[in-house]
Design a protein around this ligand. Structure first.
Ligand SMILES: NC(=O)C1=CN([C@@H]2O[C@H](COP(=O)(O)OP(=O)(O)OC[C@H]3O[C@@H](n4cnc5c(N)ncnc54)[C@H](O)[C@@H]3O)[C@@H](O)[C@H]2O)C=CC1
Ligand SMILES: O=C(O)[C@H]1O[C@H](OP(=O)(O)OP(=O)(O)OC[C@H]2O[C@@H](n3ccc(=O)[nH]c3=O)[C@H](O)[C@@H]2O)[C@H](O)[C@@H](O)[C@@H]1O
Length: 427
């Protein structure tokens, strides 16, 4: 099939590479000229394990192209996939400005039947709104179908997730269009759920909202475990052994971040509010996440006795989780900002990024960052932090406090090196 994917971000690029690998011919277009220039020069603008190899392989095979001429690519292809960003607006609702601009370009170029796939995460009802948008722009109804096909990949494992999804959700009002979208995925062994468009949109928000709920639940339980001197990792293991609950997404820490969970929880709350529904549970989920960093700061303060300009805190990790270079809504960054707000001296290191942050001194290695620090906080679970030389850390630090913001460290190793360990909900 000939496919045009609009948006060369995490989702657009991964989907383009995987669909090309499945044998389709893919035009991946983005209006960001610099991004497309880099892609055509063999430079992948995001860090995603395995993506670079897959892109290069399929470019060489003549199945994957990167272009800036969005209109021309829209004209040339039979299937259009919208994979542009849907960021949070002022009130938390999803800002559809980029989606609208693609729809506008589609309205300007549509002269024969096309399937328009909404891959971006959009609020319930957006497919219907998009259909009306095109009709209002004078596009004949028989010239298009809009199909919702939400994406469930995780950054850092995007290629694996796209080849091995738990399910493929296709929301369409026309069964033929749904079948065509299904055929794009031939070669991928996964359950396919065909549903209505609005239901598909809800499935995406429901999934992310549930994942966020699971995380805030375990983080709140970790706070109580702390108060009782119990170990949340053991509690989570036991709770997760119930198949109805499942063991994944129960790792307590400084809270969830990234470009999607916080944004999608906020968007669902806003979408519900627009229909006069008050989502009290999800508001609490967001609230727990928002205050999770305070829990760590209180713990840090109690261990080093102060949080002010005389406290030197080293922070390891800046990305919102390991194996990505994405710092969007990163709790690690929020933590650094909270520390600098208290005038602490912050030295930091991340294997991939060093974003400019007032009051934060970036160092070129993890060990450099801990030199003379009173305390170390591990804010992202990168492998190199998990397996570091704790004896050396102890030698370099002035103080002896190690705060495990992801509950990924081996307490025994840290204590053996003469350091004091604290996680959240871990005695
Ligand atoms: N990042 C992720 O892991 C996942 C994201 N999603 C959803 O997928 C959507 C895209 O997310 P990301 O890939 O992270 O976004 P991104 O922000 O990384 O990339 C979006 C791209 O779209 C381009 N763009 C915007 N308007 C355009 C236009 N009119 N014409 C051409 N290009 C245009 C931008 O230049 C940018 O390169 C969002 O709705 C997100 O919620 C869904 C699942 C996973
Ligand atoms: O819609 C999206 O964009 C995507 O959002 C998340 O994927 P992602 O944002 O890549 O990251 P996750 O792996 O879900 O992690 C989110 C945050 O939760 C944290 N987390 C995750 C798992 C856990 O047990 N504990 C925990 O604190 C991570 O450190 C991270 O900050 C979902 O997992 C994907 O299914 C979804 O497609």
């Amino acid at each position: 099939m000939n496919l045009c994917i609009v948006g060369a971000g995490y989702v657009g690029l991964t989907t383009a590479a995987v669909f090309a690998e499945l044998g389709h011919t893919v035009d991946c277009v983005d209006r960001d000229e610099d991004k497309i220039r880099r892609l055509n020069g063999g430079d992948i603008p995001i860090y995603e394990p395995g993506l670079s190899e897959l892109v290069e392989q399929n470019r060489k095979l003549g199945r994957l192209f990167f272009k800036t001429d969005v209109e021309q690519a829209l004209r040339m292809n039979d299937v259009i996939m919208i994979a542009v960003g849907t960021p949070s607006g002022q009130d938390g609702s999803a800002d559809l400005v980029y989606v609208r601009s693609v729809l506008s370009a589609i309205a300007d170029t549509l002269s024969r039947y096309k399937i328009i796939i909404m891959k971006s995460t959009v609020p319930p009802g957006t497919g219907e709104w998009a259909r009306q948008f095109l009709l209002d722009r004078g596009v004949a109804p028989e010239l298009f179908d809009i199909v919702s096909n939400p994406e469930f990949l995780r950054e850092g494992t995007a290629i694996y997730d796209t080849f091995h999804p738990d399910r493929i959700v296709i929301g369409a009002s026309n069964p033929d269009a749904a079948d065509q979208v299904r055929s794009l995925y031939y070669g991928i062994d996964a359950a396919v759920l065909i549903t209505g468009r609005t239901e598909a949109e809800f499935i995406k928000y429901g999934s992310n909202a549930f994942l966020a709920t699971k995380l805030s639940f375990i983080n709140e339980l970790a706070r109580v475990c702390d108060a009782f001197g119990a170990d949340i990792t053991k509690v989570a293991a036991g709770v997760g052994m119930d198949n109805r609950i499942g063991s994944r997404f129960l790792q307590a820490g400084i809270g969830y971040g990234g470009s999607c969970l916080p944004k999608d929880v906020a968007a669902l709350i806003a979408a519900a509010a627009a229909k006069e529904q008050d989502l009290t549970l999800l508001k609490a989920v967001a609230g727990v996440n928002h205050t999770q960093i305070d829990v760590y700061l209180r713990k840090l303060s109690s261990m080093i006795g102060r949080l002010n300009q005389t406290a030197h805190v080293a922070v390891w990790g800046a990305t919102f989780k390991e194996n990505t270079d994405d710092i969007r809504s990163s709790q690690a960054i929020a933590l650094m900002e909270a520390l600098t707000k208290q005038d602490c001296l912050v030295t930091a290191y991340d294997p991939l990024v060093a974003p400019s942050l007032q009051g934060v001194a970036w160092k070129s290695s993890a060990l450099e960052a801990v030199k003379d620090a009173d305390a170390l906080i591990v804010a992202t679970g990168w492998e190199e932090f998990v397996h570091c030389d704790w004896e050396e850390v102890k030698r370099l630090m002035k103080g002896d406090v190690v705060l495990d913001g992801r509950n990924v460290l081996n307490q025994a190793d840290i204590r053996k090196a003469g350091l004091r360990y604290a996680g959240v909900g871990r005695p």
